[in-house]
Design a protein around this ligand. Structure first.
Ligand SMILES: [Zn+2]
Ligand SMILES: [Zn+2]
Length: 147
């Protein structure tokens, strides 16, 4: 039998989170997708019926989870933020298709080097950065060419 890994930081945090926060995390873990608050709400309503949390409660849980660095907000450029599961200290960047709104997570952060330069040139202390790339995915390019 394999040795069990020690409890991750997020696992530890989860035990102290409210039921609603855990519900939101469970949805994202289960779907493995980036979802908006509205999508999470509808998914839970489908699953839990009238016992599911309301939209305001979901927003509150999301704020809490972002504060704990268990969620990252991603701007899809369409006015509706999507949320992605992360581990504390992590952050991701994405390629976002403006036609079908699919996203691909980039494997690494390309902004770190830029940050070093900015720090040197501008003597500026950087706390965080947001960096997404918008364009068209292969599927949409093919379909757009067929139109
Ligand atoms: Zn697309
Ligand atoms: Zn980055």
């Amino acid at each position: 039998m394999e040795a069990k890994q020690s409890m991750s930081q997020s696992e530890f945090l989860r035990r102290r989170l409210s039921r609603n926060c855990n519900l939101v995390l469970n949805v994202l873990d289960e779907t493995q997708k980036l979802m908006s608050a509205q999508e999470i709400y509808l998914w839970l309503k489908d699953r839990e019926g009238e016992d599911g949390p309301g939209l305001t409660t979901i927003y509150r849980a999301i704020d809490m989870l972002i504060g704990h660095e268990l969620l990252q907000s991603v701007n899809f450029g369409d006015g509706e933020k999507r949320f992605e599961r992360i581990e504390p200290g992590e952050h991701h960047h994405h390629l976002i298709c403006v036609r079908c709104r699919t996203s691909v997570r980039l494997e690494s952060c390309f902004v770190d080097q830029l940050e070093q330069r900015v720090r040197q040139i501008h003597d500026f202390v950087i706390h965080s950065h947001i960096f997404e790339i918008y364009g068209m995915c292969q599927n949409c390019l093919t379909e757009a060419n067929l139109d």
